[in-house]
Ligand binder design. Structure first.
Ligand code: PLP
Length: 260
């Protein structure tokens, strides 16, 4: 059999399904497509939600997840992996096995709480992610609140960044959209490098699915072979553009405009 030679880099996206289309696997598919890749979408959880908040999360059976990944990895080995909302600690060994087999960059958006306030994972699940998964992560993209939840023992955000590197992540980008201030400051942490800050104009509203969009964009650019620094810069620029052309699809927050 001929080896696969896909015309677009493949990004395996393991994410929740948000029926509003703002976040989750739809955000991933649209972002990856817009940036020249093809998304392999594996749904980790179904959710009930609207553009304001999440009301229910139903995890995919780990055995089904495993079967989906088995088939995909044989048929369509990806050039990058993007992890979003996971359906609980039982899925982590299955996902780790897929990561081990692929040996490609892994972008992980540690989704712990919906923008509307609903807790999607408790403290125990957050600590399980940190201790079991982060050693396999190339770029972790927590927002400030998620970074603090993952590193409750750390005094400030820079200490959280250091703590997440110590937990095994190769790179960490803490986003500051959920912090106060006239600008949004995102900070890139990597071993042996001083924290690198990106300052973006703060837009006058919050969005539904911005974090998923940014993480998927980073994964798409890494799948195309960009180095991490260039992928972080270009993904943030592109995500800013999607927020400037955000769409109103419901009564709650607008969603990033990821299509031309
Ligand atoms: N639902 C799913 C499936 C998600 O992956 C996320 C975030 O990543 C959310 C909801 C919450 O999105 P937001 O915080 O932007 O509202």
């Amino acid at each position: 059999m001929l080896p696969p030679s896909p015309s677009r880099p493949l990004v395996l996206c393991l994410s929740g399904l948000d029926p509003s289309g703002g976040a989750g696997v739809q955000a991933d598919i649209e972002s990856v497509t817009a940036l020249g890749g093809h998304a392999l979408g594996v749904v980790t959880a179904l959710t009930a939600q609207d553009t304001s908040n999440v009301t229910r999360v139903v995890a995919t059976d780990p055995a089904l997840l495993q079967q989906q990944l088995e088939l995909l990895l044989l048929d369509s080995p990806p050039q990058a992996i993007k992890l979003g909302l996971l359906g609980g600690a039982e899925q982590v060994p299955v996902i780790l096995e897929a990561i081990r087999r692929c040996r490609v960059p892994v972008v992980c958006d540690p989704v712990l709480r919906a923008g509307g306030g609903t807790l999607l994972h408790g403290d125990a699940a957050a600590q399980a992610l940190r201790s079991e998964l982060f050693g396999a992560v190339t770029v972790l993209t927590p927002n400030a609140a998620e970074a603090r939840r993952l590193c409750p023992e750390r005094a400030d955000l820079d200490a959280c960044g250091a703590g997440l590197l110590e937990a095994g992540c190769a790179h960490v980008l803490i986003t500051g959209g959920d912090e106060p201030g006239a600008s949004v400051v995102n900070t890139w942490y990597a071993p042996g490098q001083a924290p690198h800050r990106y300052t973006w104009p703060r837009l006058p509203e919050t969005f539904h699915g911005a974090g998923c969009t940014l993480a998927a964009a980073i994964a798409a650019l890494l799948a195309r072979g960009l180095p991490v620094g260039a992928a972080l810069q270009q993904a943030q620029e592109w995500t800013q553009g999607t927020l400037r052309q955000a769409l109103r699809v419901g009564q709650g927050r607008r969603i990033p405009g990821r299509r031309a």
